[in-house]
Structures are given as structure tokens and as C-alpha cells.
Write a protein that binds this ligand. Structure first.
Ligand code: SF4
Length: 824
């Protein structure tokens, strides 16, 4: 702790802040407090921060800043594992760290210090798709295909053969060149953005992806996606070797519970089962073929399995890692009935056929894993034990048969993972209430955290079956538990992680430090407004009963028209769902509202297709840049609402049409709500409200991305006026919603908006020094103040102790007794 305190002393903080005042967008008083928090939680199990500095970038930089200092002085140089959500966010964090370190190098006073700064190494990891430089492989459009083709070129069997007999198999030269370099010295020290690593790989002829993977144990900071830690399939391959004393940070963690749930859930569809069946047949053919050419291979594999030996697999070969959490991995021999390759293929065939038959039902089925296993056993005699080994056995077989183009086997891989998951997490039974919900007929004990739901139709009104078999995890704490158990310091942070008390409940942890930091701006850079009714005084809401009411739709439309008249450049509008957006846009078209908006701005629409959306975004930005102005219609929880910044002219106003509740008729959501209620006493309405407000905050937060930025945040729904709803918004937004601004009609909101824009557009270069940006003197002043306060507190404590001494523990001490006249 002393070392850490030293790292955050005056010189260090002041120079850092001085740098920040020169180079970065927004930094605030929160920094020093943030530093305090870092000090507090450094040796703790968990920290939990709601850092309300307006940009995610600043959250990242503040943490990186504190860590980089502490690592310089902390003897053990604990590694920092920094997880972010998207590739642009990872790249942004790396770029910030790079600028920070460049500055520190330039400011180092001695040569020794300079060398120390230069030795600080940080890398970012993302998929092969983004880091491959092979001229053909990198052209593949799908990530899965890139992975599979890369594995064909780099798996250990191919490499061995290719090296022994050059030209016999195709290898990747960029991968081969890496082998010639000294391990741990594949890339010089320093901070490397993803673009830098790509360029370095091209220049030196080495694979950027494997450079980063192999350098991971040697770097000081690794920045990658949540999945590399939370998804057992990936974590097993990528993060297994990271040291336990590393500090883990989950940035932008407002949706971390959903990532946890996704990482232990699997969906199977009919086409997937068909593809899996084809793969099983191909495996059968391959086995027959190999029996005639190289039967010893299969014999060897069988002998190994009999002895319970497991192959020492190079992680780069890992076609499919085990989908189980580390604690649930079995250290046992593979059961006898699936050891022989042909027996295992027959076993898989039976299982896939069973799943296909199950998919033929035309009503919704919800059942626990236990009930599924019982039914499976009754019909096919397949036992639970061999099922548990399905993923592992398939991996072994694929390796033995040396199969290439593994992407063609991805459906079979899913089926095997499904089998392993369903047979491992079968313990415990469904909550009693599932019975009433879907007419289930099993006992009533503790919830298991997993449920199987078979939905034969895509929507309730559909007539053509398109069945999906969901194996769904209901408990987010399961996936994150191994992270909490393994690493001693975990930080969960976001600008919109609110209300804070919900996360410890959902993820089952006790925070050691829990902090919310206010924003420090010299002026109110954003104006949140709640519009509860239109100019005609009709209440507006996206509540199911009134959402398609023509008066509501028209009022929503007139908000858009009016704001497109008065707001310069870009406006981003969010809707609760694609379906709702489609119906509203169609109605606006009929009402002539779109024509009105077109007079002032171009209109772009987000769609579920990522490519279409990125084209729309690009053109939206172009329209904002050339002064034409544009409106982007998008969806909460969609691509645009997460990780895309609408800074400056790209977003002068965000309008949230309605409260973005989830689709409550979703059976998976219903099951999750019931689970949360039964297991953690979180009421349905509490979770739904929390989820809607965190998404609303995420959407409106897009508008303010830096200290020179400004924008309007319009909440258009009368439910936002309710105090309980607003209380769930992050404090940095909620504190600016004044009483007057919390219940407005459209025309009143417009008046306030015009006033705000007139004020904000004046004096844009106002000096923020001393408020959101600190000079060395400011830092010293703040520290002197802090010291004085600490001294005062210490004196007070001392005085208090003196008082206590006087009375001791409440009794009378011996000294006092001598003064008493004990004669009665
Ligand atoms: S080793 Fe690297 S460069 Fe070669 S195919 Fe794989 S990802 Fe691409």
C-alpha cells in the first residue's frame, strides 16, 4: 500500500493531470478521488465504480493513468487485464494509453526513468478476423471461416509435417516466422494499438494475431473483450495462463450480466441440426477411410482414452474448447461406450436424431435439464455420463482424424457443447412457478439457473414452424464467479452502471469499494428534458396500450419535426425496439411527418443488418459534416446505442421515444425474471425498470463525449417524469433534471432547448482550468486541502479517544477508584 501511496503523490498526479489538461478531452476533479479509490481497492477483492466523467474514454484513461503509475512503482508490476466491449473501444483505450506513455517518456527526468517508462508494454487482442495479414485468409468475410482456415495452416500436426517435408502441406509463412524469434521478445516494448501491431506484422513478416497471443504473459497491460474472460470456451484458450495477481477491469460494464448469460447459453435451430447430421456422416466416412489407410491412428487414440490420458493440446489447435466453467471440468477417463470412434459417431447420430424429433412439436416446451435428460434416456437409452464428455470426445476425434475446414463442423460443435452443458448443469430443479407458467410437471425445489425452452414458431402469429431450442442460463453470477475466485482485484465500471446496488445482487458479490463520481464541468454542457405530453396536451408514452394511438404517434412525430427545425447538424432518435420503430416510421410516412422532417434534415435508419447500419452511419456523418444535417433513427440495445460516439456535430440532440423496456412476452426473459425473483429476491418490475433505464441512459449518453461537447437529451415519455424512474438514471444525468424540466409539453421543451442552445453556443472557449482541468498548482492546492482535512480528522479522532479514555469501557478504572470515598 505504501508503494501505491507513493505512486499517487503530488509530483506524479500533477504531472499527469498537467498532461491531461493539454491533450485530452475531459478530465475532472473526479481524477483525484478516483486515485483515492484506486488506492483503497488495490489489495481488495472487488471494486465497483460508477465513474461519472462524461466520456467512457476518460474512465478508461483515468484508470490506465493510475495503474500505469502504480505499476511503475509497485515491485511486482501486477498485470492489468482491461476488458472493454467493442473493438473500437479497445482501440480507443490503447490509443489513450499510448499518448499517456509517450508523454511520460518525454517528461522523464533521468535516463533510467525514461528506460523504465519505455519498458512498459501494452497490447490489445481481438479476433483473427481483425488481425490476420495472410493475403487470402484475411479476405474471408466470416470470422469463423478465418479461424478455421488459420487453424488449418497453423495446427501442430500440419506444422510438424510441413517443417519435416517442406511443401507437403500449406503453412502460413507469417506464423512460421514467429517461431524463429525469441519467445517473449516478439515485439519491442511499448504501447501498440491494433493498427500498430498490424503494421508491425506486415513490416516484419510475422502474424500480428499470434504475436499478441504469445506476448500476453509478458506484457504489463492487455486490453481485450469481455468474452476472453467470461466465456469459458474462449477463456480456457486465451486467458488460462494470466497470473492470478492481475487486476481485472471491466469497463463499459453496464451490460455485463447479459454477457455472462450469453456465454453459458446455446441456441439450436433446425438447419443447425441438419448440418450437424451431415458432419456426423462425414466423420463416419472419414473413420472408414482412415481404417483402411492408417488404422493405427485410431487404435492409438483408443488406447490413450482407455488409459485416461488426455492429449496435451496446443491452444492454437483448439477447435472447440470445453464449454464448461473451470470448476466443472471433469478429470476422469472418457466413458467406455464412446471411446471407439465409430461408437461415438453412432452415439452422436442418435443424439442429433433425438433433437430433430423434439423439434417437431408444435407447442412451446419449457423444461429443466434434468427432465430433458430423463426423456432422452427413456427414448434413446443415452445416459448422462457420456453426454458430459461429448465436447471433449469430439475434439479428440477431430484431432485424430486431422480434419481441415473446421468451420464446416461448427454446427456439430454446438450440438456437442449443448450435450455437455445440459448434462453438466442438470442439478437442481425449476422454480415452482415454472409449472404454472408452462404447465410443467416436476417437483418444486431450488432453481437450477438453467432452463431449456423449445419455441416452434418465431412469433406468436407465425404459422410456418421455425423451431429454436434454447439452452439458456438464467443466472449471470455463474459465469463471472470463476473470475472473482481467480483474481484478487476486480473492478466493474461504466458511465451508466446505475443503480449501483443492482449489480452486486445479480452477480453475487460484495463490493469492497462502491463509488459514484459526479461530473465537473464549467457549464451545463447538456440539458436533459422530460417531455410528458404533446403541444395538444395529449400524454405521450410507448406503453403497450397507447403506443399506436394516432395522437401519440403524431405527437412523437411533431417532436422530431420541431427538433429537426431548431437543432443544428445531427439528431439521433432511439426507439424501444425495431418492431416499434418500423410501425412508427410507417405511420409517420402516412401522416406526412417524414416529408416535414426531410425539409430540414436527411433521415437514416438503423437496421438489424450490421453492414446496412454502418453504411447508414457513414452517410449520416457525411450529412452532419457538410452542414445538411441528418436524423438517425435507431434502437435501444442496437448497434448504434453501444460504443458509437455522436460527439459534437454528430449528435446535438438525442431523443428517446418511449421507455426501452424489454419485450416482456419473451419466454427467456420471463424465465430469467422468475429466477431472479426466486433466487435473489429481485422483483420483476425492479429488474425491468432497471434494465430499461440503464439502456435509456446508455442511449442519451451518446450525445456528450467530451469537455467541449454539448447536447440535448430528450426523454419523450410521461413515465420518465416519475421519481422512481428518474432515480434509476445515473446521477450525472439525474442531477441536471430540474423540477421544471421533468414534466414538459413539446412547446415548453422547445423553448427551453432554444434557450439552452443560445447560451451554450456562446463563449465556447471558456477556461476550464481549475474545474475540469487542473494545473500543478490546483493539484497541490487540493492536496494541501486534503491533508488539512485528514489532519483535522485525525485530531478529532484523537480528542475522541481522549474522551473515551476518561470513561474507559464504561466502568470505573482503578485511578478513579482511589479518589472515591468508599466509606459508607
Ligand atoms: S497465422 Fe496469422 S496471418 Fe497466418 S492465417 Fe493465421 S491469423 Fe492469418
Amino acid at each position: 500500500m505504501c508503494d501505491l501511496k507513493r505512486t499517487l503523490d503530488a509530483t506524479v498526479c500533477s504531472s499527469a493531470l498537467h498532461f491531461l489538461s493539454g491533450c485530452l478531452t475531459q478530465f475532472s476533479l473526479g481524477t483525484l478521488r478516483f486515485g483515492d479509490a484506486v488506492r483503497d481497492w488495490e489489495d481488495s477483492v472487488l471494486a465497483f465504480l460508477d465513474c461519472l466523467i462524461p466520456t467512457g474514454a476518460c474512465i478508461s484513461v483515468s484508470y490506465l493513468l493510475c495503474r500505469s503509475y502504480s505499476q511503475q512503482f509497485y515491485p511486482a508490476r501486477r498485470k492489468l487485464i482491461y476488458c472493454s466491449r467493442t473493438v473500437p473501444e479497445i482501440e480507443k483505450a490503447l490509443a489513450e494509453l499510448k499518448r499517456l506513455m509517450d508523454y511520460r517518456i518525454s517528461q522523464a527526468e533521468t535516463e533510467e526513468e525514461k528506460e523504465k517508462e519505455k519498458s512498459y508494454t501494452g497490447l490489445g487482442l481481438t479476433s483473427r478476423k481483425n488481425l490476420c495479414i495472410h493475403p487470402e485468409v484475411s479476405k474471408e468475410k466470416k470470422g469463423k471461416v478465418v479461424d478455421a482456415r488459420c487453424r488449418d495452416l497453423t495446427n501442430s500436426a500440419a506444422c510438424e509435417k510441413g517443417r519435416a517435408d517442406p511443401g507437403s502441406v500449406e503453412l502460413c509463412d507469417w506464423h512460421e516466422n514467429l517461431g524463429k524469434l525469441e519467445p517473449g521478445n516478439l515485439i519491442p516494448p511499448g504501447i501498440w494499438t491494433l493498427a500498430d501491431v498490424l503494421q508491425y506484422g506486415r513490416d516484419k513478416g510475422i502474424c500480428p494475431y499470434f504475436t499478441v497471443r504469445r506476448m500476453m504473459p509478458f506484457v504489463d497491460i492487455i486490453i481485450y473483450s469481455f468474452h476472453y474472460l467470461l466465456d469459458p470456451k474462449v477463456a480456457e484458450q486465451v486467458s488460462k495462463e494470466l497470473s492470478k495477481d492481475a487486476i481485472v477491469v471491466f469497463d463499459e460494464a453496464h451490460n455485463i450480466d447479459n454477457v455472462c448469460i450469453e456465454s453459458l447459453s446455446i441456441d439450436l435451430t433446425r438447419p443447425m441440426l441438419d448440418s450437424a447430421a451431415r458432419s456426423v456422416s462425414k466423420l463416419g466416412e472419414k473413420i472408414e477411410e482412415i481404417k483402411t489407410t492408417d488404422a493405427a491412428k485410431l487404435q492409438d487414440e483408443y488406447a490413450k482414452l482407455v488409459e485416461g490420458l488426455q492429449d496435451d493440446v496446443d491452444d492454437t489447435d483448439g477447435f472447440m474448447a470445453n464449454p464448461l466453467l473451470p470448476d466443472d471440468l471433469l478429470n476422469e477417463a472418457i466413458p467406455g461406450n464412446i471411446r471407439k470412434a465409430e461408437h461415438f459417431v453412432a452415439f452422436l447420430k442418435r443424439f442429433v436424431e433425438y433433437l430433430k424429433t423434439r423439434m417437431r412439436v408444435l407447442h412451446v416446451v419449457a423444461e429443466t435439464p434434468l427432465s430433458f435428460l430423463q426423456h432422452l434416456k427413456d427414448i434413446t437409452y443415452i445416459e448422462r455420463r457420456p453426454l458430459r464428455f461429448c465436447a471433449e470426445r469430439l475434439q479428440s476425434l477431430i484431432r485424430t482424424l486431422q480434419i481441415s475446414r473446421l468451420d464446416e463442423y461448427s454446427a456439430l460443435q454446438k450440438v456437442a457443447s449443448f450435450a455437455t452443458l445440459v448434462s453438466t448443469y442438470e442439478k437442481g430443479l425449476a422454480p415452482s412457478s415454472y409449472n404454472s407458467l408452462w404447465n410443467l410437471s416436476f417437483c418444486k425445489t431450488l432453481p437450477s439457473g438453467f432452463l431449456l425452452i423449445l419455441e416452434p414458431f418465431e412469433t406468436d402469429n407465425a404459422t410456418v414452424p421455425n423451431p429454436v431450442f434454447h439452452f439458456t442460463c438464467l443466472d449471470p453470477s455463474l459465469a463471472i464467479k470463476p473470475v472473482f475466485e481467480r483474481f484478487s482485484s476486480v473492478v466493474i465500471t461504466s458511465g451508466t452502471i446505475s443503480p449501483l446496488d443492482m449489480y452486486p445482487k445479480m452477480l453475487q458479490f460484495t463490493p469492497v469499494v462502491q463509488e459514484t463520481y459526479p461530473m465537473t464541468l464549467t457549464r451545463n454542457a447538456f440539458l436533459p428534458l422530460v417531455i410528458t405530453r404533446g403541444s395538444d396536451q395529449v400524454a405521450i408514452s410507448s406503453r403497450f396500450e397507447v403506443r399506436n394511438d394516432p395522437a401519440v404517434v403524431r405527437n412523437f412525430g411533431s417532436i422530431l419535426i420541431e427538433y429537426s427545425k431548431i437543432v443544428p447538424d445531427g439528431i439521433v432518435a432511439f426507439f424501444p425496439s425495431y418492431l416499434y420503430m418500423e410501425s412508427i416510421v410507417a405511420a409517420w410516412n402516412d401522416m406526412g411527418i417524414l416529408n416535414e422532417v426531410w425539409k430540414h434534415k436527411l433521415i437514416f435508419v438503423e437496421t438489424p443488418d450490421a453492414n446496412e447500419t454502418s453504411i447508414a452511419l457513414e452517410n449520416y456523418r457525411r450529412a452532419c459534416d457538410n452542414g445538411r444535417g441528418a436524423v438517425l433513427l435507431s434502437v435501444a440495445r442496437g448497434k448504434v446505442s453501444e460504443g458509437i460516439d455522436f460527439d459534437h456535430n454528430y449528435g446535438r440532440a438525442v431523443i428517446m421515444f418511449g421507455v426501452p423496456y424489454q419485450y416482456t412476452e419473451s419466454r427467456i426473459l420471463k424465465a430469467r425474471l422468475e429466477y431472479l425473483r426466486d433466487a435473489y429476491r429481485i422483483r420483476e418490475s425492479e429488474f425491468l425498470g432497471f434494465d430499461a433505464m440503464r439502456n435509456a441512459a446508455q442511449c442519451v449518453g451518446r450525445v456528450l463525449r467530451g469537455k467541449t461537447d454539448w447536447g440535448l437529451m430528450v426523454f419523450a415519455d410521461k413515465r420518465f417524469a416519475r421519481a422512481d424512474k428518474r432515480a434509476k438514471l445515473p446521477r450525472w444525468i439525474n442531477q441536471y433534471i430540474t423540477e421544471t424540466a421533468s414534466n414538459l409539453s413539446t412547446d415548453m421543451a422547445l423553448t427551453l432547448s432554444k434557450l439552452f442552445m443560445r447560451t451554450i453556443s456562446q463563449n465556447p472557449n471558456e477556461n476550464q482550468t481549475g474545474i475540469s482541468l487542473w494545473t500543478l498548482e490546483d493539484v497541490e492546492k487540493a492536496q494541501a486541502k486534503q491533508k488539512a482535512l485528514a489532519l483535522e480528522a485525525a485530531q478529532e479522532r484523537e480528542a475522541h479517544n481522549d474522551d473515551e479514555d476518561e470513561y474507559g469501557d464504561g466502568g470505573i478504572n482503578d485511578d478513579m477508584l482511589v479518589d472515591f470515598d468508599l466509606d459508607v
